[in-house]
Every structure is written in C-alpha cells, then in structure tokens.
Design a protein around this ligand. Structure first.
Ligand code: KG4
Ligand code: ZN
Length: 331
C-alpha cells in the first residue's frame, strides 16, 4: 500500500495532499485569489510567485495533519498540465526536488484526471463505467470513463466557447460582483427568483457540446436594458438556473444514451448548490447514481492529484521521467 504526496499548482491554488489506498491522510491549501481580485482574473506571474512562497509551508502542514514524515512517502505526484505555464513549472520544480531528495518515483498527472479522482476520496472507487461532467474555470467536458488508470477516456462533448466557470466569472463582473464569480453569483442568487428572467439555453441539437457565450451576452443585454432597475439577485438566480439546466440535462442524456448508470460531477462549478440539487433531482428521476465530491474537493486541491498518483502506483503504471515538462495545453 503506497503513500503518495500530491502537488497542484496549475492556477491560483497551491494544493498539497497525502493519499494512501484511496484515503486522504492530510492536506493543505493556500490561495493567491485575493491578489488577483483587482485585476479581475488570475495573473500568471503573481500566481507563480505565490506558489513559490506557499509550497513548502503547505507540504509541512500536510505532513503534520497526516502525522507522518517524508520517509513514509512512496511516490510524488504533480499536475503537469493543463494550466498556466509559470504556475505549473513551480509545482513541477518542487515535486522533482522532493522526488530526487527522497529517491522516490515521480508521476505527472493530468489536472482533469485529478478532478475526477477527487470524487473517489469521498465516494470510493468508480464503477467500471461512468460519465463524468467536468465543470471548472477552464473546462466544460462530458467524458465516458472506464478504469481511470488504464482505459482511454472517450470525449462526448466540450464547450465551444466559454467554460461554465468562466461564464460565472464573466457574469459576476457584469453584475458588479466580486471575483471569483462563481461563489459570488451563487450567493447573490440565494435571494433571487430563478424564473424572473428566461435566459436562452443553448442545446446545440442532440450532441453533447455546450455553449455559454450566448447566455453571457443575453445577461449583458439584460443588464444594459435594466439600467438602474437591475435586480441583481433575480438575474444571478436566472443565469444560474440556465447553466444548471443545460449541464444536468445533457449529462443525464449522455448517461442514458451510453447505458451508463453513474454520473460524476466534478470541478469548481460542481460546488454550486443549485447545480448539485438539480442534478440530484434529475438523476433520481432517471434512475441514475449521482456522485459529487464535497465542495472542498470540487475546487482545485492537492489531494486530487495525490489520488491519481495513488491509482497509478496501484495499477503498476510506469513513473514519469525526471525531466517531465509542464504541458500547459495538455489535451
Ligand atoms: O476547478 P477550479 O477550482 O479551477 C479550475 O480548474 O478552473 O474551478 C474554478 C471555477 C471558477 O470559475 C469559479 O468561479 C467556479 O469554479 N466556482 C463556482 C462555485 N465555486 C467555484 N461556480 C459556481 N458556483 C460555485 N459555488
Ligand atoms: Zn481545476
């Protein structure tokens, strides 16, 4: 049974996690989110500098929580991509240094595989087949999954423009809400009427692709027209409803069309309460099992990367090269 240290630095969160046999032993997280707020988005150089400052303290904190030391680590896993180049390089440099100093194998991990594996820390191993909906700041993908460590992933659909989280962030800006937009829109929506404004749902025919730029433009037009009469909670709730409606409808359809009985929803937007509730309701109606990790494992973290490393070690996968390079636009 291996003990794996995982490091995640693809965006603005410095995440470290220690996982063994599908169990989370310790984790620590630092964020440079507030430093980016006045720019309205993540500034890569600021993120990289913050990772540099936070990495060692996070590794120490994760060890402390796990109650173990470096000598008990069997492998080091690190996000190799996709993500911001300078941010990824910081984590990779740290992971390589630890692997070299402790003489342990190094495993490069795909960030999205990490998001999916996060769910296994909470809900146990995935069934032999499942459909995953990954909804984050950079991705909106529907995937058909087999064995995570062995089988190829089948792409069912992707966003053709904005990612779901990106749409939340842009709409937050239109509504004058704080960055990051997802939690701010969700908070504003609590006092709003989701039926107040009927925003468009881009279904794009029978396929599994998504599009959120038309929805964002519709919100922009509404905001402009409403002027000083703008009801922010109503618009936030109506926008959130449109996103949750399209995401859950397509995800359930994909499960039914492929004869899969389990839907896994992961990524930062999976922390959204309305999305979680609507997905639960629709999966119940369709007779599907729904798996969503708790919000703390939905957004970027190190435990999810350690979880993939743990699966790779267990499956006997070969380690990555010590010269592993960052792959910012990994497919
Ligand atoms: O997975 P993640 O932490 O980072 C990426 O890999 O992108 O996702 C971040 C995204 C951001 O766009 C953020 O606004 C969104 O997830 N998000 C949410 C919520 N919490 C985070 N969106 C909607 N509702 C939330 N509660
Ligand atoms: Zn992510």
């Amino acid at each position: 049974m291996a003990v794996v240290l995982g490091i995640e630095t693809s965006c603005d969160e410095t995440g470290v996690g220690i996982v063994s046999d599908g169990r989370l032993l310790g984790a620590a997280l630092a964020s440079s989110m507030e430093e980016h707020a006045r720019f309205g988005g993540v500034v890569p150089e600021i993120a990289a500098r913050a990772h540099l400052e936070s990495l060692v303290p996070c590794v120490r904190a994760a060890f402390q929580q796990a109650g173990i030391g470096p000598s008990e680590i069997d492998a080091v896993a690190v996000t190799s991509g996709p993500g911001l180049a300078t941010a990824l390089q910081t984590g990779l440099a740290a992971a390589k240094a630890y692997a070299l100093a402790w003489d342990r194998p190094l495993y490069g991990v795909h960030h999205l595989a990490g998001h999916v594996a996060a769910d296994t820390l909470e809900n146990g191993p995935l069934p032999s087949r499942s459909v995953a909906l990954i909804v984050s700041g950079g991705h909106t993908s529907l995937l058909l999954l087999g064995d995570l460590a062995r089988d190829p992933v089948v792409h069912l659909g992707d966003t053709r423009d904005d990612a779901a989280g990106e749409a939340f962030d842009k709409v937050a800006r239109l509504l004058g809400l704080a960055y990051p937009g997802g939690p701010a829109v969700a908070e504003a929506a609590r006092d709003g009427d989701p039926g107040a404004v009927v925003f468009p749902r881009a279904m794009l025919g029978a396929g599994y692709d998504f599009s959120f730029s038309g929805l964002k433009s519709a919100v922009a037009r509404h905001v402009e027209r409403a002027g000083s009469t703008l009801a922010v909670p109503d618009v936030a709730a109506s926008f959130q409803e449109a996103v949750a409606d399209v995401l859950t409808r397509k995800a359930v359809e994909a499960c039914l069309a492929h004869g899969v009985d389990t839907l896994v929803i992961v990524g930062g937007v999976a922390a959204n309460r309305r999305l979680r509730d609507l997905a639960a309701e629709r999966c119940r109606t369709a007779g599907l099992t729904l798996r969503i990790p708790p919000p703390s494992l939905c957004t970027d973290n190190g435990a999810m990367i350690a979880a993939v490393g743990d699966l790779l070690v267990a499956s006997g996968a070969p380690p990555s090269s010590r010269h592993l390079a960052a792959d910012p636009s990994a497919p």
